[in-house]
Ligand binder design. Sequence first.
Ligand SMILES: [Cu+2]
Length: 233
Amino acid sequence: MKTLVPIAATVIATSLPLSAAEINAKVTLKGTPPPAAVIAAVKADANCGKVAVGEAKSRVYVVGANGALANTVVYIKKGLEGKTFPAPTTKPEIDQKGCMYYPYVAAVMVGQKFDVKNSDPFMHNVNATPKVNKGFNFAQASQGQVNEKMFDKPELGVRLACNVHPWMITYVSVLENPFFAVTDETGAISIKGDLPDGKYTIEAFHQKAGTQVQEIEVRDGKATVDFTFDVKS
Ligand SMILES: [Cu+2]
């Protein structure tokens, strides 16, 4: 009977779930970015002009209150070596509406499926030009058409663009693990999941401002990190 206790204890120990952790990050842009340029071609285009949503503007820097920087991908870059994670079953959507892509920046995990949709009543084509992944280029001729896509290798900022309307661009980052988020105009993200306490390298990636890394330590399931980018012209 003596051995039963340690065996049972071992079984329990190895089947314990990883700790639920939360990493909070805030991304800020220091300095004043150039004002967003109006994309006059949207209104000028015979098709796009009829369906334009407000005034189309460039989204190189989208900044909220106090320099909060949107469209920044924040993710765990190191500290999870040797671990594998299933791709999330949620399916993000990239929509083409009023001859603009929404969102401007998306993030998916390796192997995670995402939808590309055409909400406009005329043709767009979707030309992905990754450097590591396999590209694709297809036309979406009709309103409501949806094509499911997936990338199978990590890669930041894969460019998807429409060749019919050259201002139409969106960027998809493909991450190795599910611990990532994209900032909105609050500049704040929260990455939640089963992460053991320990040290991690967190990277923030902005298409124009570049990348920054920070070393963090998750303690008692919590860590906080701030990133500040300079305006790059
Ligand atoms: Cu188009």
